[in-house]
Design a protein around this ligand. Structure first.
Ligand code: NOJ
Ligand code: CA
Length: 698
């Protein structure tokens, strides 16, 4: 009811509203100003900026002064007037008594090409509103807020020009909030745990949210899908959101050891706060809002950056067959690595990841971060020889740097290590940050670590190294500016299935159908699909009880994940021996890692999704469909194919009686002729999936 009154006040009678606001403004000692607006190119999304907002506290109407933004879509309120501002250490907050001194507008419509991605070309079509603001207090601090409104959502950021009253500063709180009009349902992971982003998703009304990570995906009671996230996080703390027992989500920033959130000096810009909106869950992808809010690539030559599939000495450690450290089960031996290189070469994989090659793993590697060397191999690993052998066989060696959050130890060695890898022809490195705080007590997602990750990206770029970051900072679109920032973890990947355990052990069958609409909105993920030995029979005891140590999907769903969960470095995670004699392995060999177009054909968060992607620069299409623990029959139209052409669909479906729990292995492989008029009926088993290659008929 209250919402209606507010709408009537501002939409139907703006003159009256302004008059009322003037009276109320006088009461709070402010001056009423005309609200300013900017709309998306299609006119559906409208953003309003105002210096007053009306709130009802304990039944009483009050007017607050400050700076507020609100968002409507198709005339419906999505975000109610929400605060903008900051609190500083040793300085007054920048919150009250603000006057808009000017506005500037701009419009952009341009299309740019990605070196690699879910889509080859991205359209940046938006209207911009720049709002200049000054404090009425004597200090007279000035800042600007820039809003960019697109058809698929909007972003805004704060800019602080250089000024005497605001030179260097320490932000202790960012006051930005997102006051949602609807008590939407959200899918979230907690942001205050010591396991970083590696939690199972929960779903609840936003009114009861604890401290959560972004991207935060919500579905309103009217079916609108809204994702709050951020873009271009370069020198700032990661933004988390905290609930309020109301519909207000407030920004909460990760901290330095001394409690400060962000240290800066003017001129200074914050990351963009983004609000993506889509009418259906399936319209959330391809998600390009954050990419459009990042600067274009700074790398002139990107020819050395190549998406690839890879295998690795990796799963063996997680299932207990190998060890990272030295000893009889050491995985990274020269002989074993040569065997993996041979397997990669024979099957056309681009790379071989080798973990546990370097000194530092013995004992408690999580506690002994300082012991890691990033240049010294174990004696049974002939680094130079193995690198030369990989080159000879046309395969890339993928380096591995686990830091255990020993960031200073890593930074001391970074330059030497990357120079060594460059000399050896190692063009991709996987990094890792197992641990919660740095040794100095800075948060895993705070400004200190954000600066570190940027430094690693820049150092890697100078040495022509592609990155795959585990225990990373969330993706905020860095890959546009640094296309060597390929992929990252930042959610529970396949490894959780290897560890098993009770309760929170492995990933349940619904995990990946939530991931697609949450974590994957931010960008590629190194989930590491492709485990065929679903029950992990090849485990040698394993780190956890064997009965819980297993994968919770069917085999066909493992194939479908290659299409659904995008990554430009995409692993075939299982042991090479587990692919032997498996006809379904052909799909992993065929599936590309770089796409021309992406279309989500159907989907519901946490239930199922069907994704179609066209190979980059090619004519093949691939379809991946996955479901949660429910069996489903889905009809899909192939109208995305060009008209009048004949194709062959190579189908890898859940076989007769397949079930993730009781019978995960059957895969039915078949072929059929199809064209743009065809409709396919996909039968997905409980916890199952289907993968399809669609190639021109020859
Ligand atoms: C956790 C990573 O996710 C995993 O891929 C890696 O093998 C271990 N850390 C060791 O670095
Ligand atoms: Ca991990």
């Amino acid at each position: 009811m209250q919402m209606r009154i507010v709408r009537w006040t501002f939409r139907v009678a703006p003159a009256l509203a302004l008059a009322m606001a003037a009276v109320c403004a006088a009461a709070v000692g402010a001056q009423a100003q005309e609200p300013v607006q900017v709309a998306s190119p299609d006119g559906r999304n409208v953003l309003t900026v105002d210096t007053l907002r009306r709130v009802v506290e304990e039944g009483e109407v009050k007017w607050q002064s400050g700076l507020f933004y609100s968002v409507e879509r198709d005339g419906q309120k999505v975000v109610l007037p929400s605060r903008l501002g900051f609190e500083f250490r040793n300085a007054a907050p920048l919150r009250d008594g603000l006057t808009i001194t000017g506005t500037a507008r701009n419009s952009v419509d341009e299309t740019w090409e990605q070196p690699w991605g879910e889509v080859a070309r991205v359209r940046d079509h938006h209207n911009e509103l720049r709002v200049s603001v000054v404090e009425r207090a004597e200090s007279g601090r000035r800042f600007e807020v820039v809003f960019r409104v697109f058809d698929d959502g909007l972003g805004f950021r704060y800019e602080f020009p250089e000024q005497p009253g605001l030179a260097s500063f320490a932000i202790v709180d960012e006051l930005t909030d997102f006051y949602m009009a609807d008590n939407a349902r959200a899918w979230w992971i907690p942001a205050d745990g010591d396991n970083r982003y590696e939690y199972l998703y929960s779903s609840s009304r936003i009114s009861v949210l604890p401290l959560v990570h972004t991207p935060l995906t919500m579905e309103t009671n009217d079916g609108l899908h809204v994702v709050i996230h951020e873009a271009n996080l370069v020198d700032y703390a990661a933004m988390n959101l905290v609930g309020s027992y109301d519909r207000r989500l407030k920004v909460s920033l990760a901290a330095w050891a001394d409690g400060v959130k962000v240290r800066g000096q003017t001129p200074f810009v914050t990351p963009w706060r983004t609000i993506q909106m889509a009418d259906r869950a399936s319209d959330l992808h391809p998600a390009v809002l954050a990419l459009n809010l990042n600067p274009p690539s700074v790398l002139d030559d990107t020819s050395w950056i190549e998406p690839m599939k890879y295998v690795g000495i990796w799963w063996g450690m997680h299932i207990g067959k190998y060890t990272w450290g030295s000893g009889p089960k050491h995985g990274a031996t020269t002989a074993n690595t040569r065997r993996y290189i041979d397997f990669a070469a024979e099957n056309g994989f681009g790379g071989v990841l080798v973990e546990g090659w370097n000194v530092g793993w013995d004992g408690d590697w999580i506690a002994n971060a300082e012991r890691f060397s990033f240049t010294e191999p174990y004696p049974d690993y002939d680094l130079e020889g193995v690198a030369a052998y990989a080159k000879e066989r046309g395969v890339e060696l993928i380096g591995h740097n686990e830091t255990s959050m020993g960031v200073e130890n890593y930074e001391r060695q970074l330059e030497d290590a990357f120079a060594l890898y460059e000399r050896l022809g190692i063009r991709a490195v996987k990094t890792g940050y197992v641990g919660d705080l740095t040794a100095e007590g800075h948060a895993h997602h705070g400004q200190y670590m954000v600066r570190h990750w940027r430094k690693v990206i820049e150092t890697a770029a100078r040495h022509r190294i592609m990155l795959n970051v585990h225990e990373p900072i969330k993706d905020t679109g860095e890959r546009r500016t640094y296309p060597n920032m390929m992929t990252r973890e930042g959610a529970r990947g396949q490894e959780y299935n290897a560890w098993g355990g009770e309760g929170d052990g492995g990933n349940p069958p619904e995990h990946e159908v939530i991931l697609f609409f949450t974590r994957m909105i931010s960008g590629p993920m190194d989930f590491t699909p492709g485990v065929f030995d679903i029950l992990i029979a090849s485990s040698d005891g394993g780190p956890r009880p064997p009965e819980s140590q297993r994968v919770r999907t069917t085999l066909a769903k493992q194939l479908a994940l290659y299409v659904v969960l995008y990554s430009p470095l995409q692993m075939a995670a299982d042991l090479p021996e587990n692919y032997e004699g498996q006809p379904a392995f052909q799909f992993i060999l065929d599936v590309p890692v770089d796409w021309e177009r992406t279309e989500v054909l159907d989907g519901r968060i946490g239930d199922y999704v069907v994704v179609a992607r066209q190979e980059r620069g090619g004519t093949d299409w691939y379809v991946g469909a996955i479901t949660d623990e429910e069996a489903r029959t889905l009809e899909i139209s192939l109208s995305f194919l060009p008209e009048g052409e004949s194709y062959v669909a190579e189908v890898y479906a859940d076989g007769q009686g397949a079930h993730w729990l009781h019978n995960p292995f059957p895969v039915a492989i078949s072929k059929q002729s199809v064209n743009a008029e065809s409709t396919l009926t996909l039968e997905l088993a409980p916890g199952g999936g289907q993968a399809i290659r669609i190639r021109p008929a020859r």
